[in-house]
Ligand binder design. Structure first.
Ligand code: 7PJ
Length: 266
């Protein structure tokens, strides 16, 4: 899954697809084509920056960022389109515009989100986050992080099922970096097989995340080697989808994991 941020303020690639404060649709389409050519089978289109301390975005602004991009990409690129949003109106409009997946870092907890996702008929990715982006990294605490995240995801699956979403249309994500210390993130990575036992495919996003800075002192531009290691470790532990900024490099790393798995199975 390639990350296509259409925000002026993302931490990892903030504003590269913006010119004079406006989304540059040509640059966005060019980036999307490049990611698909490099091996992305999914593109994750997001109009809200969820980096710690980011300014909240209004519904109107998020719609204006996301929907034209989904419209422009639908039917044009040979990849599924995921919309990274917690906003019911954005889910509905993106589904109408041709999106294939709803990826919600708030796991459909916003008012109306469960209903909007169910009505769209699209598969959903439910991600764990403790707190909200404004404050989540202040002092995250858990009784036991793996048990807490597992319990949360289990409860959100039940809420989705009750709203009429098929079990087979639900993906889960432990939400690396969303209200987690380095120790919490590592515990969750080690426990991915346990989360996989919930019976839903796992989506994992570790690309360029700040745990790399905290462990290695690397700036955002210097995080590719560690991001690749984390992608491989997650895939080895059962992740089905890896969310990544550097698609070509990540696709090669994952191809090696797949080659080894195939050789082992043969
Ligand atoms: C994630 C995400 C993630 C899912 C972001 C960033 C921050 N969606 N959206 N999982 N991260 N499902 O790109 O670092 O980890 S935005």
């Amino acid at each position: 899954m390639g990350v296509l941020n259409v925000t002026p303020d993302s931490f990892s690639d903030g504003g590269q697809l913006y010119r004079a404060g406006r989304a540059d649709l040509d640059a966005i389409l060019h980036r999307a084509d490049a990611m698909v050519a490099a091996g992305a089978s999914l593109l994750d289109i997001g109009g809200e920056s969820t980096r710690p301390g980011a300014e909240p975005v209004t519904e109107a602004e998020e719609l204006a960022r996301v929907v034209p991009v989904v419209e422009a990409l639908a039917g044009r690129v040979d990849a599924m389109l995921s919309v990274d949003s917690s906003t019911p109106a954005v889910m509905c409009a993106a589904a109408d515009a041709g999106a294939h997946l709803i990826n919600d870092v708030r796991a459909l907890r916003r008012r109306g989100a469960l209903e909007a996702a169910a009505a769209s008929g699209l598969p959903v990715c439910l991600m764990h986050m403790q707190g909200s982006p404004e404050t989540m990294q202040a002092d995250p605490r858990y009784v036991d992080v793996v048990t807490d995240v597992e319990g949360f995801l289990h409860e959100r699956v039940a809420a989705c099922r009750a709203a009429g979403i098929d079990a087979g249309s639900i993906l889960l994500d432990p939400g690396f970096g969303f209200g987690k210390t380095v120790a919490h993130n590592l515990a969750l990575l080690a426990a991915l097989p346990r989360l996989g036992a919930l019976g839903h495919p796992l989506l994992v996003g570790l690309s360029r995340k700040s745990l790399i800075a905290k462990l290695l002192g690397r700036s955002v531009e210097e995080r590719l080697p560690a991001s690749l290691a984390l992608a491989v470790l997650a895939a080895e532990r059962g992740a089905s989808i890896i969310r990544a900024h550097d698609v070509a490099e990540t696709a090669d790393a994952l191809a090696m994991v797949a080659a080894l798995a195939e050789a082992g199975a043969a």
